[in-house]
Design a protein around this ligand. Structure first.
Ligand code: SAM
Length: 285
């Protein structure tokens, strides 16, 4: 049975989310800004730390996040279906939640089709299952999105370039910025490949963040008033010497003991609370 659960695999991982929640509960910011919202797991963390939904500002540029963000903000997204998959999901393009469910369903179907084409034959069956029982799966996704709305209803969301979101908030000393851009160049283009052939939508004409943008990002946020937590996974030790002052590592989690396993770092431009290492086998900072 194919399981279109694309939604709920958000990053960062549990321990990293836990540290973030402790920072937010201690700092009690006026606003939490998440310029690369992805699956909104950091927005959920902010809620769990007691931040009211209306004090959470999110942005992203993908249709995936935008369809979800509009559902959470209760806004209608203009979506024009095209082609064979567009025809399949058109009956579900009714309201913000069902539109988000149709987009998530489409992304899962596209991913399974890609896997089927690259020789993973059991995905042919998964695709058949999804298209035969489209109503069941879209309804399942709607239920999950509604549950998410229960927690995040009222956040602010815009399909907006992260650089603009950061410029709007980085000089607010009462803001906390949670910055989790793509770690690997091109990963999200690949993950969402083909969706533009299924839907026309008012996509922002903005480039994906790439590895080469880190220097500019860290320079900009290093000079900012807002407390910034930046999420950075690498198999290597403390990455902050790459960016210099004022950056410091405040959290590290190494899931598993494999030498090559990535360490999930949080680096910050100020020290919000005590630093923490979880299972990380790294040297002293
Ligand atoms: C690592 S994910 C964020 C995951 C997120 N923390 C979560 O809770 O799921 C990175 C996100 O950055 C977004 N992104 C890439 N370039 C962007 C840009 N220029 N402006 C805004 N978002 C961007 C991608 O679409 C993707 O959703």
């Amino acid at each position: 049975m194919a399981n279109p659960d694309i939604l709920f695999r958000g990053i960062p991982r549990r321990r990293t989310r836990g540290y973030t929640a402790r920072v937010l509960a201690k700092v009690k910011p006026e606003v939490v800004v998440i310029p690369c919202a992805g699956s909104f797991s950091l927005a959920m963390v902010a809620r769990s730390a007691g931040v009211p939904a209306e004090n959470i500002v999110c942005g992203d540029i993908s249709l995936y996040s935008t369809a979800l963000g509009y559902a959470l903000a209760g806004r209608d997204l203009a979506l024009e279906p095209k082609g064979e998959i567009g025809t399949l999901v058109e009956p579900y393009l009714i309201d913000p939640v069902s539109k988000a469910a149709a987009v998530l369903f489409t992304l899962r179907l596209l991913q399974y089709r890609h896997r089927a084409r690259t020789g993973k034959h059991h995905f042919v069956d998964h695709c058949r299952e999804l298209t035969t029982n489209v109503e069941t799966y879209v309804t399942e996704l709607q239920v999950q999105i509604e549950a998410m709305c229960g927690q995040l209803n009222g956040i602010e969301y815009s399909a907006c370039d992260m650089w603009k979101t950061l410029e709007d908030h980085r000089d607010n000393p009462d803001a906390v910025l949670l910055v989790n851009p793509p770690r690997y160049t091109g990963g999200y283009d690949k993950m969402f490949a083909g969706v533009e052939d299924v839907f026309d939508w008012p996509a922002p004409s903005v480039s994906q963040f790439v590895e080469g943008d880190y220097a500019r990002l860290m320079e900009l946020l290093g000079q900012s008033e807002a407390l910034t937590l930046m999420y950075y996974a690498t198999p290597h030790e403390d990455p902050t010497p790459l960016w210099g002052d004022p950056w410091r590592a405040v959290f590290a989690d190494k899931p598993g003991n494999k030498r090559t396993a990535a360490i999930n770092w949080i680096v910050a431009n100020k020290s919000p609370i005590d630093h923490a290492i979880v299972r990380a086998q790294v040297g002293a900072w």
